[in-house]
Design a protein around this ligand. Structure first.
Ligand code: CO8
Length: 257
C-alpha cells in the first residue's frame, strides 16, 4: 500500500503511516497532507486496526510546510482553497495516534506531531516553530496546541523566538511523552502501541473523547460527559469480559464490541 508521499503498512492491529519525502526532509506539501489525513481516516474505519503510528525517517519527522509550494500562495488562494482546514479532520480520529519523532519536527511538522495523542521522540529530535523567521506564523493549530500544553508564557517565548526546543525540554514542559535514544524511537513507539492494542478499544475511544473535552469544557460539563461515557462502557461485551477476567484471575481478551 504505497501512495505518492507516504508509505502505509499494517503490523497486526497497528496501522503505520511513514512520511516519505526524504529529499525535502518530509516537508509537507498539500497532496502529502491529504494522503496522511485520508489514510488516518481509512485506519479509523478499519476494524482490524486498533492503534495508529505516524513516523518519519531518521533525519526528519517533517521540517514543516513545503515552503516552495507556499510561496505561490496569495491571500485569495488561501481563502478560496482553505488548505489548512483538512487538518481539523485529524481531530475526528477516534483511535489512539502515536507519533514517533526522529530529527526535525518543525512548523507544520511539529503541528502534525501535536495532532497526535502521544509523542515519542529521540534525544536529538528538534521541535520548533520557525515560521516567525519566514514572516508568517503557525497555521495548523500550533499556537493553540502549544499554549494548551505549556501555558501562554512559554508558548509565546518559543513561537516568538522561533527557536528549536530539544526533546528533553519538550518533555519537561509536557509537550511530548517520552524521550529515548534515536535508534530506539520506533521500538518504543511500537511497544507503546502494542500495549494499547491490548486495552479495550471502546474504553480507549471514550477516554480520548473525555480527555480532549477536559481542555475545552467547564468542569461540570466535562464530568457529565465522562459519566455518560462511563455508562456507555457498560453496553460493551468488553466490560463484561474485563470484569469476568478479573474475577477469574486471568488476562482479559478484548474484542472491541
Ligand atoms: N519546505 C521545502 N523544502 C524543505 C523544507 C521545507 N519546509 N525543509 C527542508 N527542505 C529541503 C531543503 O530545501 C533541501 O532541499 P535541496 O536539497 O533540494 O536544497 C532539503 O530539504 C534538505 O534541507 P537542508 O539542506 O536545508 O538541510 P539542513 O540539514 O541544512 O537544514 C533545516 C535542515 C534546519 C530543517 C532546514 O532545512 C530548514 O530550516 N528548513 C525549513 C524549516 C522551516 O522553516 N519550517 C517551517 C515551514 S513554514 C510552516 O510549516 C507553516 C505551517 C503552516 C501550516 C501547515 C501546513 C502543512
Amino acid at each position: 500500500m504505497s501512495k505518492t508521499y507516504i508509505n502505509v503498512l499494517k503490523e497486526g492491529p497497528i496501522g503505520i503511516i511513514q512520511l516519505n519525502r526524504p529529499n525535502a526532509l518530509n516537508a509537507l506539501n498539500r497532496l502529502m497532507v491529504d494522503e496522511i489525513v485520508e489514510q488516518l481516516e481509512e485506519f479509523n474505519r478499519d476494524d482490524q486496526i486498533r492503534v495508529i503510528l505516524l513516523k518519519g525517517n531518521h533525519r526528519a519527522f517533517a521540517a514543516g510546510a513545503d515552503i516552495e509550494e507556499m510561496m505561490e500562495d496569495t491571500p485569495l488562494t488561501l481563502e478560496m482553497t482553505d488548505p489548512f482546514a483538512v487538518w481539523d479532520r485529524i481531530s475526528l480520529i477516534k483511535k489512539p495516534i502515536i507519533a514517533a519523532v526522529n530529527g526535525f519536527a518543525l512548523g507544520g511538522g511539529f503541528e502534525l506531531a501535536l495532532h497526535c495523542d502521544l509523542i515519542i521522540a529521540a534525544e536529538d529530535a528538534k521541535f520548533g516553530f520557525p515560521e516567525v523567521k519566514l514572516g508568517v506564523m503557525p497555521g495548523a493549530g500550533g499556537t493553540q496546541f502549544l499554549t494548551k500544553a505549556m501555558g501562554r508564557r512559554k508558548a509565546l517565548e518559543w513561537i516568538w523566538l522561533g527557536e528549536s526546543m530539544s526533546a528533553k525540554e519538550a518533555a519537561h514542559y509536557g509537550v511530548i511523552n517520552r524521550v529515548v535514544a534515536p535508534e530506539l524511537v520506533e521500538e518504543e513507539a511500537m511497544r507503546l502501541a502494542n500495549q494499547l492494542t491490548k486495552q479495550a478499544p471502546i474504553s480507549l475511544r471514550l477516554i480520548k473523547e473525555a480527555v480532549y473535552a477536559a481542555e475545552d469544557l467547564p468542569l461540570l460539563e466535562g464530568k457529565k460527559l465522562e459519566r455518560k461515557n462511563f455508562y456507555v462502557t457498560f453496553a460493551s461485551e468488553d466490560q463484561n469480559e474485563g470484569m469476568q477476567a478479573f474475577k477469574e484471575k486471568r488476562p482479559p481478551s478484548f474484542k472491541g464490541v
